[in-house]
Design a binder for this molecule. Structure first.
Ligand code: NZQ
Ligand code: ZN
Length: 384
């Protein structure tokens, strides 16, 4: 196992009725900015619970944070936050609202041009405290220190991370997920699955705890994923998927092990160029990525085949083929296509995607840094 330094400060309030608990988590005299997306939280009653829990506190609301949150939108929230002297931000929504709010809390006190926080030219020195009421189980943003922000004006989708933007608390009430459309439910399962894979399917470092936690999460998602699609109101299935998604990207799986993230980096560029949902891009890239890199991932692919898919018969190569095919079939069963052609993109803009990868310095991806632009091109061509 590799050395690690793990810091995970987010308090989790899990379960039905827990939104009321924010009354104790947000300081009594706080000036609160409540951020949300396109209105799902107004329709499903989550916002009403939030407003009630915040009681007499001074509250400003900022809605309209879009999926793949846009820099220009977020900068309007930053201006509102500064104008209202906001000292606590409460994000109510999915990963986009959580990520967008991480940017807002970092940008509010930032003295330079906040875009620098995304290009890496500027560092987060301080941030307004943040809490999250999560309504979409997928990204893990509710318990981690990262965020991905899009800038439609320039076609960029960039990651930033800082310990300062860890949510102070996150409320995970599985019943808030009942109103999710099937596409978002499925996206969430695929995203959590791929987060787990990108921290597990690399090469062995004898990290048994992390490996078995990863395998447990994958098995849970395979078992419960189809249930939440078929029975959207199944509380227990929703609870299992929700906690699995949080655990998949809250730092524990990736501590002390090599990490990959090449599927995510290609996926972000596909979203920026073609506008597909985050998880839709992952379902397209991952099977092709695993196939292209079966040699360096061989030992872990065999472990994955056996422990996750129960594949013990046949040659090693046949088991690896079957594990990749099972992964693809699982995404398809969740209703998420595994080829670009599944999204009626008549002309995939592979050159534009590769140019963005290059511009963002994504030319040595993967656990060995050997996913060059040529490898990325081959993966994309196999995913058309
Ligand atoms: O905007 P509203 O009206 O709220 O509707 C949203 C949105 O249209 C809807 N939704 C959310 N909760 C709902 C609901 N509809 C009905 N009932 C509910 N309970 O779902 C749609 C998608 O929401 P979004 O927040 O965009 O989805 P997700 O949680 O998948 O977040 C995706 C974003 O997170 C980033 C992605 O790149 C993407 O920008 N990621 C963030 C990560 C992180 N911070 O660690 C890691 C991930 O790999 C990912 O990159
Ligand atoms: Zn993801």
């Amino acid at each position: 196992m590799n050395n690690f330094n793990l810091y995970v400060p987010t308090r989790i309030l899990f379960g039905q009725g827990q939104i009321a608990g924010i009354a104790k988590q947000v300081p009594a005299g706080a000036r609160v900015l409540v951020t949300y997306g396109g209105g799902s939280v107004l329709a499903n009653g989550v916002m009403a619970q939030v407003r009630e829990a915040l009681g007499e506190r001074l509250v400003a609301e900022f809605g309209g944070i879009e999926p793949n949150p846009d820099y220009a939108t977020l900068m309007r929230a930053v201006a509102l936050g500064r104008e209202q002297a906001i000292d606590f931000v409460l994000a109510v929504g999915g990963g986009s609202v959580a990520d967008g709010s991480k940017f807002i809390v970092a940008a509010m006190p930032y003295e330079g041009d906040p875009w620098e926080l995304l290009t890496g030219q500027g560092k987060v020195k301080s941030a307004v405290p943040l809490g999250v009421v999560l309504t979409l189980a997928a990204t893990g943003s509710e318990m981690n220190s990262g965020a991905v922000i899009s800038r439609r004006e320039t076609g960029d989708k960039l990651y930033f991370g800082s310990e300062k933007v860890f949510p102070r608390f996150a409320v995970l009430d599985p019943s808030t997920l009942f109103s999710l459309p099937p596409r978002q439910t499925a996206n969430g399962v695929v995203d959590a699955f791929v987060h787990t894979v990108e921290q597990y399917l690399t090469y062995p470092v004898n990290a048994k705890v992390q490996d078995r936690m990863a395998e447990g999460l994958l098995l849970t998602l395979i078992e419960e994923g189809p249930k939440v699609l078929e029975q959207p109101g199944d509380y227990d299935a929703r609870a299992n998927v929700m906690w699995a998604a949080t655990m998949a990207l809250n730092g524990y799986l990736g501590a002390g092990v090599p990490q990959d993230w090449s599927t995510h980096m290609l996926g972000h560029e596909i979203t920026a160029v073609h506008g597909l949902d985050h998880a839709q891009t992952l379902a397209i890239v991952l099977p092709a990525m695993l196939a292209a890199r079966r040699a360096p991932k061989r030992a872990k692919l065999l472990q994955y085949a056996e422990r996750v898919w129960g594949l013990r018969e046949g040659s090693e190569d046949a088991r690896i083929d079957a594990a990749i095919a099972a992964t693809r079939a699982f995404f398809e069963r969740m209703g998420v296509p595994t080829k670009l052609s599944g999204h009626a993109i008549s002309e995939p803009r592979l050159d534009a995607i590769l140019a963005k990868l290059q511009a963002h310095g994504m030319t040595q991806l993967g656990e060995h840094g050997d996913v060059t632009l040529d490898v990325s091109r081959a993966v994309l061509e196999a995913a058309v």
